[in-house]
Write a protein that binds this ligand. Structure first.
Ligand code: NAP
Ligand code: G4F
Length: 339
């Protein structure tokens, strides 16, 4: 019988890649979608026709219990979140509720539905993946960051993710649940939301190249991130849930680039000189910045056999090409450029 997976955040970047990956592995895939007329749900249904949709919201405990009862999953991937860091200062309480407390509600739904009590055995139970984030490292105490690097989150988002991370660990220890967290570093694709810096840059470059814009306004160009391809990272999520023992893993490339280097690479990919078009804007700087993030993915490589397949340069060139095609074809950038 096919394994069954339930994915929260199915309309997001990672939800789409993970659904495709699991469908390719023969899974029956269920996606939790919120709202009564969410346009992102209609788009997802068009592009991922084999995904079964179940309505629910991470703010609503009852809906999560119903979703688990209906989907009867072997694996639950909790990708749903308010995931844009600047928004977490503007709506800190909502971020805590969705990105933090949402993890508690999902874990409780699984615990209640599978009748787990303290000291229960993980065998035969629903396996749970939590989308933890390198934002939890925040003001880093060492570089590169590993599974044992201390957390010092710098945004309400990072704090909410740290809560979800420790809670997942606690449910594993308290109830013997197969519950793991992937501490994922930044991962991108043509499906990335237009508010994140890589997509903002690839769309900005495409607009300038096509004569639709004359400048690109950005914040801190000195911040450094470890950027990889989302398609590679969802494979790691699946490997974590299929491992023999429930453990947490850092997932990243181990290579760090600055926003300035990202900008240079993207403009170069379109044959443009970035210095003619990029304007820095103090209003786009954050109240507390995460200056650098760089993964040490050794544990995932050794224990899961996971490796990233796409270089930073290939990723940036792919995103620029994709946005040039999207805008040339009259597509809606808000829609991303799903094939
Ligand atoms: P994304 O594109 O922003 O997707 C977020 C998803 O969460 C959307 O499907 C959204 O659905 C859903 N959502 C928001 N509020 C919800 C609620 N109240 N109830 C249920 N679902 C809700 O994020 P992503 O890049 O795919 O990232 C997936 C997960 O990994 C997130 O938890 C993110 O924080 C985490 N993460 C991402 C990265 C990265 O670099 N991409 C790195 C580390 C961790 P709607 O369409 O209804 O808004
Ligand atoms: O692309 P960003 O908005 O991603 P950020 O804040 O690193 O968060 C992403 O990665 C996390 C994993 O580490 C995820 F957990 C999270 O959900 C999200 O997916 O910003 C990257 C860097 C920042 O340092 C920011 O200050 O780019 C800098 N930046 C400079 N100018 C900008 C801009 N970021 C955005 N979004 N827009 C700008 O104009």
């Amino acid at each position: 019988m096919a394994r069954r997976a339930l994915i929260t955040g199915i309309t997001g970047q990672d939800g789409s890649y993970l659904a495709e990956h699991l469908l390719g592995q023969g899974y029956e895939v269920w996606g939790l979608a919120r709202g009564q007329a969410n346009p992102r749900v209609s788009r997802m249904r068009r592009l991922l026709a084999d995904v079964k949709v179940v309505r629910g919201d991470l703010l609503d405990q009852g809906s999560l219990i119903s979703a688990v009862e209906r989907a009867q999953p072997d694996e639950v991937y909790n990708l749903g979140a308010i995931s844009f860091v600047p928004m977490s200062w503007e709506q800190a309480e909502l971020t805590a509720e969705v990105t933090g407390m949402g993890v508690l509600r999902m874990l409780e739904a699984i615990r209640v539905c599978s009748g787990v009590s303290r000291g229960g055995s993980p065998n035969g139970q629903i396996r749970f993946y939590q989308a933890s984030s390198s934002e939890m490292f925040g003001q880093v105490s060492e570089t590169p960051q590993t599974e044992s690097t201390a957390f010092h989150p710098r945004s309400p988002y990072g704090v909410a993710k740290a809560y979800g991370h420790f809670l997942t660990q606690n449910y594993r220890e308290s109830y013997g649940m197969y519950a793991v967290s992937g501490i994922l570093f930044n991962h991108e694709s043509p499906r990335r939301g237009a508010e994140f810096v890589t997509r903002k840059v690839s769309l900005g470059v495409a607009r300038i190249k096509l004569g639709l814009a004359g400048e690109l306004r950005l914040g801190n160009l000195e911040a450094r991130r470890d950027w990889g391809f989302a398609g590679d990272y969802v494979r790691a999520m699946h490997l974590m849930l299929r491992a023999e023992k429930p453990e947490d893993y850092v997932i990243g490339t181990g290579r760090m680039k600055s926003v300035r280097e990202l900008v240079e690479a993207a403009f170069t990919a379109a044959g443009l000189d970035w210095e003619r078009y990029v304007v820095t804007d103090q209003g786009l700087h954050r109240p507390a910045e995460v200056d650098l993030l760089c993964a040490d993915p050794k544990k995932a490589r050794v224990q899961l056999g996971w490796e990233p397949t796409m270089s930073f340069e290939e990723l940036v060139a792919m995103m620029v090409e994709s946005d040039l095609r999207l805008l040339t074809d009259g597509g809606d950038p808000g829609d991303g450029s799903w094939p």
